[in-house]
Design a protein. Structure first.
Length: 660
């Protein structure tokens, strides 16, 4: 499922460019009028690297890494390319890629997923990225400096903490005052050279020494300022000067599962950085903070520790330590449980239990207002149902994005029937309970947009989510299929049948986009078999749309989402009075719209009859109270709304939640 603009570069060489993952869909031709709809192959949200490790790009923008079988001790470079693509390379493959022995295109997760590939090793050469590559990244560098007549040789020697050449190195240079940058190749002896014209530069380095049977591995990173004058010079980057990055927690039997360490520097025109995903056998070290006037430095350390039972242990520490404006003076953290959020988490299902072999939890702590890195998280196998005590850093500046995905997977590893749920929260110290998913369906906030091809043709894209929820979470039910129809002023533009509401996208050519009243109709004809909720549903938007002002613009087509503290795990008590809150919501990265009107109705016989419910609306939010009839087992809902752009929406969800 594509999520435009979510997979951006937090640490990129050169100018940061957002990337999108196109994961299949349904396309309509650009003829006028458009009638034919062409089905495209469904894509994947995850890809298995040639090393056997799996990388998953989740719709909320986080990127999960799951080491392959027998590779639990693997570590990874987690870097975006200059083009904004997400590139993940296991450190034990970096040397082979840099030497030309392995194809770097098989580690470019973004381009693989855009091509619909789920197994990087199986992709034919003709289907791989057509761009030339310089080392690990696509060769988009504007570098011209090595041809300059006044270029001087800079020789760099890199040493680990023991004074030896590291086992592996990734390094690049960037001009302080411009967009030029380039690779700094380092050989097996820790030596490398590059010719640069006089000027001020930043060297970004990450180097590592592999763990042995007797010694832990070292992973060292940092940034170094260097000035090139009118003669050759040498520079030593000494790992002995690096300070440790580590954490101690209260539980004595806690073991490090992995840790993400990221450093960055931005000046408004370019963002430099380095990130690594550590193995349990690696220790991290940070070189001294550089003097980079004009750049804002940042740092992220996100360790994951678990109990002696491993990934599915009785508890997991997901911690996040951030610095914005510099590197930490001391990156050795000693944390007491009383200072953390203790979250007693229940991982639930929607009617079909799933084992830990298909269920995946992934948690990421993001610094509010300043994303550091690419949002990587450690995937932890998780059964549904299961329970686990989760410890999180409790900090008002850290927003935790807790994700859980499970269900039936196809041969590519993609969930084709199940669900995906995200929960965002700033945690406070203390103990709380959390259910994932919490349940209670209405409709999901889909993504809708208009775009042009630069030659005058206009298109509308639609990713509707008629079976979803927003009860203090983002719940996406996977597996529902149905029909979509787009019309203007009563004339059909495009239709799609057998449409997969998670994997597919309606991409319809628009007739001359003069002002008109459009209708987008969505009907569920096949429910997700793994869910006893959301057995049927529909949605219809009626909206005005005229000439497209920009090459790309979101259409804020809203839904009314339901929340209720009385619903837990998809069920509410049939006795007493149930309090309901209704909110007008649209795609969170698009334009905000406001409610002008709203209605709410319920059904207790799967939509055969409906009862209007009185609501008390205040702006975009309304409240209601439900007293369920005796003997009722299921609640179905129907909402309508009118927003301040003149868009009308009506949507229905059958069996939105159960009663017990």
């Amino acid at each position: 499922m594509r999520r435009r603009g979510l997979i951006g570069s937090g640490i990129a060489v050169g100018v940061v460019v957002s990337a999108s993952v196109f994961a299949g869909g349904t396309a309509a031709s650009g003829e006028e009028p458009v009638a034919e709809v062409v089905e495209r192959e469904a894509g994947s949200s995850s890809v298995v690297l040639p090393s056997g490790d799996r990388v998953t790009l989740f719709p909320n923008g986080t990127t999960g890494i799951e080491p392959g079988a027998g590779r639990e001790d693997a570590s990874f470079l987690t870097l975006p390319s200059p083009s904004g693509d997400v590139v993940v390379v296991p450190t034990d493959r970096v040397g082979a890629v840099q030497a030309g022995e392995e194809d770097p295109r098989r580690y470019n997760v973004s381009t693989l997923l855009r091509g619909g590939h789920a197994d990087a090793a199986a992709v034919s050469v003709s289907e791989l990225d057509a761009r030339p590559y310089a080392g690990i990244f696509p060769d988009t560098s504007p570098v011209t400096t090595e041809a300059a007549e006044d270029a001087q040789k800079l020789h760099v020697s890199i040493r680990d903490r023991d004074g030896d050449a590291p086992d592996g190195t990734f390094a690049y240079w960037a001009e302080r005052s411009g967009a030029e940058f380039g690779d700094l190749p380092i050989d097996e002896n820790g030596e490398g050279s590059v010719a640069l014209p006089p000027g001020d530069y930043v060297l970004v380095t990450g180097f590592w020494t592999d763990a042995t049977d007797t010694e832990r591995g070292q992973s060292i990173m940092g940034m170094t300022e260097v000035t090139i004058e009118d003669e050759a010079q040498s520079l030593v980057i000494d790992g002995a000067a690096a300070a440790p990055v580590s954490v101690e927690v209260e539980r004595d039997d806690a073991e490090l599962l992995s840790a993400i360490v990221t450093i960055g520097a931005g000046d408004g025109s370019k963002n430099l950085g380095y990130g690594t995903f550590l193995s349990p056998q690696d220790d991290a070290y940070l070189l001294p903070e550089p003097d980079l006037a004009g750049f804002e430095l940042d740092f992220l350390y996100q360790p994951v520790l678990t109990g002696p039972e491993g990934d599915a242990g009785p508890y997991v520490y997901n911690l996040a330590f951030h610095e914005v404006g510099g590197f930490p003076d001391d990156a050795v953290y000693d944390i007491a449980d009383e200072d953390l959020a203790t979250v007693e988490t229940s991982y639930l299902h929607l009617g079909t239990p799933y084992g830990a072999e298909v269920g995946k939890a992934c948690d990421y702590g993001d610094y509010i207002g300043h994303q550091i890195g690419l949002g990587f998280c450690r995937v932890i196998p998780t059964a549904a149902p299961s329970e686990r005590t989760m410890y999180y850093t409790a900090d008002p500046e850290i927003l935790w994005d807790n994700g859980f995905q499970t269900g039936e997977r196809d041969a590519r590893g993609s969930v084709v029937d199940g669900f995906l749920v995200f929960h965002d929260q700033v945690f406070e110290p203390g103990t709380v309970a959390l259910s994932m998913p919490n349940g209670g369906l209405s409709a999901g906030t889909g993504e809708f947009f208009r775009t042009t091809d630069g030659e005058g043709a206009a298109y509308l894209g639609a990713e509707a989510a008629p079976i979803g929820g927003g009860n203090d979470e983002e719940l996406i039910v996977i597996g529902a299929k149905g029909d979509m129809e787009l019309s203007r002023d009563g004339e059909t533009i495009a239709t799609a049948t057998g449409f997969d509401f998670y994997w597919d996208e309606l991409y319809a050519g628009l007739p001359n986009p003069e002002p008109g009243r459009y209708t987008l109709r969505v009907d569920v004809t096949q429910a997700a078999t793994g869910s006893v909720f959301g057995t049927d549903g529909s949605a219809e938007w009626r909206f005005d749309s005229g000439p497209i002002a920009d090459d790309f613009e979101h259409l804020p087509l809203p839904v009314v989402q339901l929340t209720s503290a009385d619903i837990e795990g998809g069920y509410a008590d049939r006795r007493g009075c149930q309090e309901i809150t209704l909110d007008l919501r649209a795609f969170k990265y698009g334009e905000v719209v406001h409610a002008e009107d709203m209605t709410f109705a319920v059904s207790y016989d799967d939509g055969a009859t409906w009862k209007d419910v009185a609501i008390d609306r205040d702006g975009d939010t309304a409240t209601a109270e439900l007293v369920h009839p005796r003997g009722a087992e299921w609640v179905s809902v129907r909402m309508t709304a009118l927003d301040d752009r003149g868009t009308e929406v009506e949507h229905t969800t059958i069996r939105a939640w159960g009663l017990d």
